[in-house]
Design a protein around this ligand. Structure first.
Ligand SMILES: [Zn+2]
Length: 243
């Protein structure tokens, strides 16, 4: 695979209406995806990106968001996108990452699933954001009172059988509950859920940091960082979760 070919394909993808080019990735050989050194330059490095997120969160918490005019930015974004951060968020309707971090369209590349855990699809989405859009920071964003983790605690405590496809979702976050149980014993439900929410964030941060071949490569070189966050429903504050 020649470098020229790789860059040509990359250029074609980047030019294809930003994120709409995602479909083209299906035909890309793996060798062209693996760390060719031609990743787009990050708009902000990982440290600057985290500072920007947290400064935005402080504005949101203080109810002092930046003034926003959608029209000028919309025109500029028709030619492409360069989000500086990727957020893997819970689907919970009470959390809106763009509001919580006071960011504009084009700033955040967001993928969401109840329980904010890594799926095959969300991993690919995140890889796209890193490799082709140049984002330097990934945040796994959990939140207090998460229904997905509460359900997993209920399953762990009472062997409750959930309907439909929900058992498959719960199975993905259950390891966090089991780990808390192994370390601290079976806590009361609310405490168990609170500890499991944090453990689940930590586990998924680690999963992304070590996801080969792309994310692990860039994380090892310090080109990207993966952090955990806990959104507090009552205050809107995002607390950084250490791993
Ligand atoms: Zn949730």
């Amino acid at each position: 695979m020649s470098t020229h070919f790789i860059l040509s394909r990359r250029k074609a993808i980047l030019g294809a209406l930003g994120g709409a080019g995602l479909g083209l990735m299906a035909g890309l050989p793996r060798s062209s995806l693996a760390a060719s050194g031609a990743r787009p330059t990050s708009r902000l490095n990982a440290s600057e990106a985290l500072n920007s997120l947290m400064a935005g969160n402080a504005r949101y918490v203080a109810n002092q968001p930046n003034a926003l005019s959608y029209v000028p930015g919309r025109a500029a974004l028709t030619t492409g996108q360069s989000p500086f951060a990727i957020i893997l968020s819970c689907a919970d309707s009470r959390i809106t990452p763009e509001f919580a971090f006071d960011q504009r369209p084009g700033d955040l590349f967001v993928t969401r699933v109840a329980g904010n855990y890594v799926t095959v699809d969300s991993l690919a989405t995140i890889e796209y954001g890193v490799e082709f859009l140049g984002a330097s920071l990934i945040m796994v964003l959990g939140h207090t009172s998460c229904g997905a983790l509460s359900a997993a605690v209920e399953v762990a405590r009472n062997a409750t059988v959930l309907p439909g496809s929900l058992p498959k979702l719960v199975a993905q976050v259950l390891p966090a509950v089991e780990r808390v149980k192994a370390e601290k014993g079976m806590l009361p439900p609310a405490e168990m859920a609170a500890a499991s929410i944090i453990e689940n964030v930590r586990e998924n941060v680690e999963r992304l940091r070590t996801a080969a071949p792309l994310l692990s490569h860039y994380a090892e070189r310090g080109e990207i960082n993966v952090v955990g966050g806990l959104y507090h429903l009552g205050t809107g504050q995002v607390e950084i979760i250490g791993v």
